[in-house]
Design a protein around this ligand. Structure first.
Ligand SMILES: *Cc1c(COP(=O)(O)O)cnc(C)c1O
Length: 743
């Protein structure tokens, strides 16, 4: 299938120039948020730097400009007679929906109808509407427009476009709803308006809600509730605040609200600078793509999504089984029913599902941004993934909640993958995703896994299981220091493990290997005799810093708050020299090395250093070897030590059957007791060759396949809870025997 192009060659060139900052990233989440163009922001910046705008309650100029923006918005939605509709500024679409939910006056025996595959922002209205009669409507109800005539005195809420798969609901149904007695339509247009031309002249919804970041990418925190003249009469509001009131007596409870609808509903000071900036966004889009930019964007994203859909749908494994299951109402034949979103899950050749969280890891590895999960739309998930209420409760009880990585329960997906196109995307973006799927998931020949996956016994059965080596990662996300003798254990983990971290001096965020793969080439060496930490990097002179950075010679970092796994960690800056060395090595400006302040951080799981999850990670060499045997197509160095390195474990054990460790609850290594905290959920880090910094699809792909999509490998250990004794004498030695002491 060939792609139909909407934008001219020249236009495509201009668009490319607006998004230079994406560099190698493929952005396919326009349904989550459209990206703003470079010139769009420059225009905003010019507007705000060359003018000044006081509070609209102070300045008539500001107020007038804001009213002009209201008219510009109405024009955008094809309202010809400005008396027909009023624009109320809100903080986002959700806020607009909530206002209607709170203030809509139901007549006696009036009902609230809602489309059950709506966004959670609509579902939440069930809790606040002023009627007890609350009725869900299926997708098919709208397609067949059945039983409309029975509705009366009702508010009917539905999305103009489903944010799950881009299905466009038939808007002509609004006319039919209005034929019923005293019915009102609340149209959630957040998804639709982001890439479609919404014509309120044709579809006369009474309440329409949008978020502007979904249309322009900027500003955030601004939406609109657009209310028809007849709709306005049904709303009654109690609260007032700021300029929404004409008079309010303070010693007696009496007030009079303003006359204009938007004056009544916009409590407090509206985000006037953001509203004024909207004008720049409209101008920018018109300059780039002409007056009817929305119609053109709509065709552009439809064409791209169709192209992607057709190619993904025809992708096959060697045995002619489909690679993808697509979740759609349409086959992309008609632009009036389908927008630029493709929603799917992937499958192995044997028919088992690939978890969306695993795909998310692979996507991140390839700098691809897509959304996975249920997209705040549990109804659509339930409809398309064929889940019963019992399934949902079972998933919930198995620990799955919205937004987590629990992607498969008994090999049934709890969510899916959503690719959504925007005006900044082109054919290359669609091809990029198709290539990733081909490279990582399409099986070209029969695999041993499709038959059985017997676990191989370790060859040397009579030898005792022992600790082969210890690894510490002094600087988080950098290379290991491998220890073949012994090492001290502190109450937060192995001594010096993840005690340092590299942060971006500009914003204080921690650097991670996921994004900066070359970090693994920084090799740290702790030398206690000389009290130094030496850092090496290929083709550079090494550098040494004192192990103890708490002395006076070390100044405190100006940016000492840094985010690790949602925690803020204080650190001492390790000085200018090492900062420059790191910036040179990684070719990133303004990096700083910081040393963790306190000995460790108190968590409910015990003290831990800057490590990601737990105090220690144990990796069984035989399991790694076993895993390697399962990998069919080697796209990387086939050396077991190279692969062990990728798992970044602290303890590597040998002489034990593969995967035995997965059933342990408690073990002894030499004299020390450890509790097992659980299996380690693998992320894309294991796809980085630690000796070169190169990215490969394996072994994450194979792990996902073997463990039914649960990308878990290796076990987390911690010191026993309530360990009272002083740990200062705890030492762990290579060659120590491993004993399973689970009860
Ligand atoms: C995004 C979206 C919302 C919520 O928008 P907010 O900006 O988060 O308030 C509601 N409904 C649909 C269909 C959406 O796509």
């Amino acid at each position: 299938m060939e792609l139909t192009t909407e934008f001219t060659f020249e236009e495509q060139h201009h668009i490319k120039n607006e998004f230079k900052r994406l560099k190698g990233t493929t952005y396919l989440d326009s349904a989550g948020s459209v990206l703003y163009g470079e010139n769009q922001l420059k225009n905003v910046c010019d507007l705000l730097t060359h003018n000044f705008y006081p509070n609209p309650h102070t300045s008539k100029t500001s107020e007038n400009l804001i009213d002009q923006v209201r008219l510009r918005i109405l024009k955008h939605f094809h309202v010809n007679n400005y008396d027909d509709y009023t624009v109320i500024f809100t903080s986002n679409c959700t806020n607009g929906l909530k206002i209607v939910g709170e203030t809509f006056q139901f007549d006696d025996n009036g009902s609230f109808y809602y489309q059950s595959d709506s966004h959670t922002s609509v579902l939440g209205l069930r809790e606040i509407v002023n009627t007890k009669d609350i009725i869900p409507l299926s997708r098919n109800f709208f397609k067949e427009d059945c039983a409309l005539e029975t509705m009366k005195n009702s508010l009917i809420a539905f999305p103009a476009q489903c944010n799950f798969n881009g299905y466009k609901f038939p808007l002509k149904i609004i006319e039919k709803i209005h034929l019923g007695d005293n019915n009102y339509v609340l149209l959630d247009a957040a998804a639709y308006a982001s890439s479609n031309d919404l014509d309120l002249n044709l579809c006369k919804a009474d309440y329409v809600t949008v978020s502007f970041y979904k249309i322009f990418g900027y500003p955030t925190g601004l939406g609109a509730l657009i209310v028809s003249k007849r709709g306005a009469e049904k709303l009654k509001k109690k609260y007032y605040g700021g300029g929404t009131v004409k008079i309010a007596l303070t010693r007696e409870n009496w007030h009079q609200k303003r006359d204009n609808l938007h004056e009544i509903y916009e409590d407090g000071t509206i985000p006037f600078l953001e509203i004024i900036s909207l004008q720049s966004s409209f101008n920018y889009m018109e300059n780039l793509l002409g007056d009817s930019f929305m119609k053109r964007i709509s065709r552009h994203v439809f064409n791209l999504a169709k192209y992607f859909y057709v190619h993904l749908k025809s992708m096959k494994h060697y045995n002619n089984e489909d690679v993808a299951v697509l979740y759609h109402d349409t086959s992309f034949e008609d632009i009036t029913t389908q927008s630029g979103i493709v929603n799917f899950n992937l499958k192995h050749a044997n028919g088992s599902f690939i978890g969306f969280a695993e795909f998310a890891s692979i996507a991140a590895l390839h700098n691809l941004i897509v959304r996975t999960g249920c997209f705040c739309n549990p109804g659509s998930c339930q409809t398309f993934l064929n889940l019963t209420n019992e399934d949902l409760l079972k998933h919930f009880n198995a620990g799955h909640v919205c937004g987590d990585d629990n992607d498969l329960v008994d090999n049934i997906p709890t969510g899916s993958i959503r690719v959504s196109f925007g005006y900044m995307n082109d054919k290359v973006d669609a091809e990029t995703v198709l290539d990733i799927i081909r490279k990582c998931y399409v099986q070209t020949e029969e695999s041993s896994l499709d038959k059985t996956s017997a676990i191989k016994e370790s060859e040397s059965k009579n030898v005792k299981p022992v600790l082969q080596s210890i690894r510490i990662f002094p600087i988080k996300s950098c290379g290991p220091m491998i220890i073949n003798k012994e090492w001290k254990i502190t109450e937060s983990g192995l001594q010096y493990d993840r005690n340092w971290m590299i942060i971006n001096g500009d914003n204080g965020s921690a650097l991670t290997q996921k994004h900066e793969t070359k970090m693994c080439l920084i090799r740290p060496f702790v030398d206690e005799t000389n009290n130094t930490l030496r850092l090496e990097f290929p083709y550079m002179d090494s550098i040494e810093i004192p192990l103890n950075t708490k002395g006076e010679e070390i100044r405190s970092a100006s940016v000492c708050q840094t985010k690790v796994c949602g925690d803020y960690i204080n650190g001492h800056d390790c000085g200018q020299q090492v900062a420059e060395w790191l910036s040179n090595a990684l070719a990133i400006n303004n990096l700083r090395l910081i040393r963790q302040n306190a000995e460790g951080k108190e968590r409910k799981s015990g003290k831990i250093a800057l490590a990601n999850q737990a105090q220690f990670l144990l990796i069984n060499k035989a399991s790694v070897q076993w895993l390697m045997d399962q990998v069919e197509i080697w796209d990387y160095n086939k050396d077991v030590d190279n692969v062990i390195d990728r798992f970044r474990g602290n303890f590597v054990i040998e002489n034990i059957e593969a995967l035995t460790e997965n059933s342990w609850k408690k073990i002894k290594i030499g004299e020390s007791t450890f509790e097992v905290q659980g299996l380690c959920t693998r992320c894309q880090m294991i796809c980085i060759d630690q000796s070169t910094g190169e990215k490969t699809a394996e072994p994450l792909r194979t792990i996902g396949k073997i463990f039914q999509g649960k990308t878990k490998f290796g076990i987390y250990l911690r010191l026993p809870f309530g360990l009272k004794e002083d740990c200062s004498n705890l030492v762990i030695k290579c060659g120590d025997e491993i004993v399973d002491i689970s009860e």
